[in-house]
Write a protein that binds this ligand. Sequence first.
Ligand SMILES: *Cc1c(COP(=O)(O)O)cnc(C)c1O
Length: 378
Amino acid sequence: MIPYGRQHVDEDDIQAVVEVLRSDFLTTGPVVGAFEAALAGYCGVAHGIAVSNGTSALIMAVQALDIGPGDEVLLPAMTFAATATAVVMAGATPVFVDVLPDVLLMDPQDVERKITTRTKAVIAVDYAGNTCDYDALHALCRERGLALIADACHALGAQYKGRRTGTLADMTVFSFHPVKHITTGEGGFLATNDGALAQRLRRLRNHGIDADARNRERNATWKYAITELSGNNRITDIQCALGLSQLKKLDGFLARRRELAQVYDRAFAPSPRISPVPQAAGSLHAYHLYVVLLDLPDALTREALFHQMRNAGIGVNVHYIPVHHHPFYQRTFGLGPGLLPHTEAAYERMLTLPLFPDMTNEDAHTVAATLRGLLGET
Ligand SMILES: *Cc1c(COP(=O)(O)O)cnc(C)c1O
């Protein structure tokens, strides 16, 4: 089976992890800081905070803005549910915004329509690895006094008008789950140019405590203060050693993903039924996902095609079930199908094809030929 995504881990990654296992600090040690500095440097952002996973990072970002009950946060429904989880966990109300029908990125005009006096923030999602229209989103947020969070879990290494993700919003969140661009097993990251926010996020990583254990050790004090409530969102040095080693390969991973995307693009160019989601204007795509929209013949459902591809050994997937379709959101917020026409239409037609650095061009040709074959095109 060709999976839809898979990590690339080699000997130097393993060696880096082993070195930490032999060292003094397994967690909250020097490798966490080294990884933070390296990734912040890569993005060109002033501050980086590495945490336990991308979902924790999103929850921390929302908490750092003092968002709570009565507040509304705008976000797309075409995303992994974790984007919305962060809003709901804060006690705030998620307000789902439709996407642009071609690139499936948050539609700034629908953002504008849905801003109310209760709106506190916008969470943009760089779907599939394309970047959102940050000029439009910034202009709106500035004008209406809203914070802008980027969920760039798909888009590490992507660029918008020559600037890297991590610098495009007030806070940016990355994930290091194995299907993402680089992995730490589980892991997440917050990037910001705001020093005060960074300091707050560091507290939120560690129970709302104002200084970490190593600082206390260094300063020879047992005193600490819990200044606000948070849990344990820390990441280990073991994980960060893997992250630091993986980061050295990121540009290679990105280049390989872009090459494979081109193989697919070329294979589908003559197809009347298969429309790849294109690179967005101003965006240098990071290709976390390769998503196509299908115009299926009447005799074939997406469900049937999905199973036929799987039976042919090709691990296709669907990203995503719109968040407002999930029972929790229907029950809690009275939402459901009919709310977001472009999101829902795209969901019915979409298929994610395998894409990961170790895939060969041959694999991509096989995937493309199998899909075209099942659609009666070859
Ligand atoms: C992966 C992902 C997350 C969550 O990251 P985890 O590290 O798995 O918690 C959030 N948002 C999006 C869009 C993602 O793809």
